[in-house]
Design a protein around this ligand. Structure first.
Ligand code: BGC
Length: 357
């Protein structure tokens, strides 16, 4: 066990509310909420390092929280069935207060990917939690109905941007989540739905050069496209489309010896390198047997921790758009550190490399 490993677990545990939600960052002004996306990866990391009670409490909290929003989902689905266009407030939020509420500040809330992510994560947790399925099943069923009705609707991506587009990585998360549910209880998911989502992506989400697109109609790549193979398995890691996607991500978004950008046009806090995305690239390298490159990434991530062992959301060493940096700091303060999701991804990559040593 390294010190950073232990500190990461401590930071995550300290950031878990009594009810089970994980705060995205305990110190950053905008991140005092629990996101399904961040939270699921944090819970997954806690399972990986043997802290199953913590992961369990998170998934229980999600199930409880979503079940409380059932009337809202029922009303939304009825509206859609009547052919009416939902209002923004009709959709489920992307993040909740730590006690499961909506919070007071406006946010770019309609994001579907986290709902696929939590389905995927909850299924990964089942081996550690006998009889858990019956407890979370109502919330799982509700989520499946919600996604089945909305998967083709444009919605914000996992970076909470580009509301009016359909994002390849979001569809991959839905595919992965629905497939995971199907593997436990096939009848809970419309039988053809995951394949429909995959076919849709393969038909509309591939650029003429043969790689996945950031969103339909945008032929750039985003590092979140790594998820199409790991963990969501929309394509095999050896699939030629994925190979081209990976090659373009390496060319456009990876700083050798450093980290990984979200996408070239990123301006958020000047567009820095994200340790958590570096970890996802490290997981891909590990799967592909490119161990030295995966280890280099792990070392870079470790070297980004500050003197207290805290890991940031992003690193400002080689900003894509430095002229935007000061504006964000003036608006919200210095960027998030510690970010629990960064610690989680560090733990996951580290464990993966240890398991395959
Ligand atoms: C990121 C999201 C993340 C949230 C909380 C945002 O800046 O774009 O992916 O869920 O921060 O960490």
């Amino acid at each position: 066990m390294t010190q950073l490993h232990d500190i990461s677990i401590q930071i995550i545990r300290a950031g878990q509310a009594p009810g089970g939600g994980y705060v995205a960052s305990p110190t950053f002004s905008q991140y005092g909420y629990s996101w399904l996306r961040d939270g699921t990866w944090i819970a997954y990391a806690m399972d990986v390092v043997g802290q199953h009670d913590s992961a369990h409490r998170f998934y229980q909290w999600v199930a409880r929280t979503l079940t409380a929003y059932q009337p809202q989902v029922v009303a939304l689905l009825a509206k859609i069935a009547r052919g009416e266009t939902p209002a923004e407030a009709d959709y489920l939020p992307t993040r909740f207060t730590l006690d499961g509420g909506l919070g007071s500040d406006a946010w770019t809330d309609f994001q579907l990917d986290g709902y696929g992510t939590w389905l995927w994560g909850a299924v990964q947790h089942l081996p550690y939690a006998p009889n858990f399925w019956s407890e979370i099943r109502p919330a799982v069923a509700l989520t499946v109905d919600y996604l089945a009705a909305l998967w083709q609707s444009p919605n914000y991506d996992c970076w909470e941007e580009f509301r009016d587009h359909i994002h390849t990585s979001t569809l991959a998360a839905l595919y992965g989540g629905l497939k995971a549910v199907q593997s436990v209880e096939p009848t809970l998911v419309p039988s053809k739905l995951p394949d429909q989502i995959r076919d849709f992506v393969l038909q509309k989400g591939v650029a003429t050069e043969g790689h996945f697109m950031k969103f339909l109609g945008n032929a750039e790549v985003d590092a979140n496209l790594l998820w199409t193979a790991v963990p969501y398995g929309l394509v095999d890691i050896h699939d030629p489309i994925f190979a081209k996607t990976l090659a373009k991500i390496e060319r456009d978004l990876y700083v050798p010896g450093g980290g990984v950008y979200r996408y070239r046009a990123d301006v958020y806090f000047g567009g820095g390198e994200w340790p958590l995305l570096a970890a996802f690239l490290g997981l891909i390298y590990s799967e592909l047997g490119r161990r030295t490159e995966a280890e280099n990434i792990l070392h870079w991530i470790e070297s980004q921790a500050n003197a207290h062992g805290e890991m940031p959301e992003q690193v400002a060493d080689h900003l894509l758009a430095p002229e935007h940096f000061d504006g964000w700091v003036a608006r919200w303060g210095t960027s998030a550190c510690p970010l629990l999701w960064s610690h989680a991804m560090y733990l996951i990559l580290k464990a993966k490399l240890e398991a395959t040593a």
